[in-house]
Design a protein around this ligand. Structure first.
Ligand SMILES: [Zn+2]
Length: 340
């Protein structure tokens, strides 16, 4: 056997090994990575990469579906690589859903291989090309942060619904009803966003964050967006980038910048220090959820709560008017931040 294994063959053998391992053991009880015990049942089992996709599966699938999200709070999907237990879960699942558009850059080869064996779909690739934001540095590629705008994410949610229906046609009516109910909350979210974000003074409509995750949000709600790092977190921001952004902050009088739950804060801190050295006072406007939702079991740990949080934090930090607990009165983080 050759010592030099290509990455592709390593991926292939990992999938093959997992299949063999599962074939040898009759599994009726399995321990999930969160310590809970999943009882095998007739539920459709789905593995989703991001928590945003898992939220859609949970809402649409209801009690007919059991879903596992590979990436929890604070996990960066651009650099995430599948673990052994992820591989086992995906091999075992009825359906695997990922975001695509190069979001899960380190997992693409694995998915390409897995596609040959089972139902695997990139739900983000259901977004029509005309709705996508082209990636300037790479012609033919697109910004993957489609969940940031409810209108754009709707296409991915509909794809989730259609994949569930294809896997379980007998539950089609339930999935359709649940999806319609879920998507009606997207309309509420959009109305809330349009209403409160419009109260931010025009000259302050700039969202400066750790990485370029907010372009869809900016496009749909009329905000300029500046990321310290690019669309992916894989390349480090250089000193020149920090310098030029300090210049932007000083010359335009930007007063608040945002940190992200799934990206290290150091670049944002460097900006604030750089601006302070120039005599400009900039604050951290709050933490935004960019590529992962909040803690499971909290409102911020749902898609609606995540986006509500972002809208509310951005509005309030940039001088607009939004209720401290957001559109449903359910935000905790904002309330605590406001009190602190
Ligand atoms: Zn990102």
């Amino acid at each position: 056997m050759s010592v030099k294994l290509s990455r592709q063959s390593v991926v292939v053998s990992a999938v093959a090994l997992a299949i063999v391992a599962l074939g040898l053991v009759t599994i009726s009880l399995m321990r999930g990575s969160d310590g809970t015990t999943e009882v095998a049942s007739d539920k459709l089992t789905v593995v989703a990469t991001t928590s945003m996709i898992a939220d859609a599966v949970r809402e649409i699938g209801g009690d007919r579906v059991s879903v596992k999200s590979l990436m929890g709070p604070g996990v960066d999907p651009h650099s995430y690589r599948q673990t052994r237990s992820d591989i086992a879960a995906m091999v075992r699942a009825d359906l695997v859903l990922y975001s695509g558009l190069d979001l899960e850059a380190q997992m693409i080869e694995f998915f390409e291989d897995l596609k040959k064996r089972k139902g695997v779909a990139a739900v983000g690739e259901a977004v029509p090309v005309a709705q996508r934001i082209p990636y300037a540095a790479h012609p033919g590629r697109y910004d993957p942060h489609i969940w940031m705008a409810p209108d754009v994410w709707t296409f991915a949610v509909e794809k989730v619904r259609d994949e569930l229906i294809a896997a379980r046609p007998q539950d089609a009516e339930t999935f359709k009803t649940n999806a319609a109910k879920y998507l009606s909350q997207f309309s509420d979210l959009k109305d809330y966003a349009s209403r409160v974000l419009a109260t931010v003074p025009k000259e302050r409509r700039v969202i400066l964050t750790a990485h370029d995750a907010f372009s869809y949000f900016g496009r749909d709600f009329g905000f300029e967006v500046i990321g310290i790092q690019g669309i992916s977190t894989e390349s480090e921001a250089g000193l020149n980038r920090i310098k030029s952004l300090v210049e932007t902050i000083v010359s335009r009088g930007i007063k608040a910048v945002f940190v992200e739950s799934s990206v290290a804060e150091r670049n944002v801190r460097a900006l604030i220090e750089g601006a302070a050295a120039r005599g400009a006072k900039v604050e951290i406007g709050g933490e935004l959820f960019s590529d992962a939702m909040g803690q499971p079991g909290t409102y911020e740990g749902t898609y609606i709560g995540m986006i509500d949080h972002n809208i509310t934090v951005i509005t309030r930090a940039l001088g607009g008017d939004a209720p401290v607990r957001g559109m449903n009165g359910a935000l905790m983080a904002v309330a605590e931040r406001g009190a602190g």
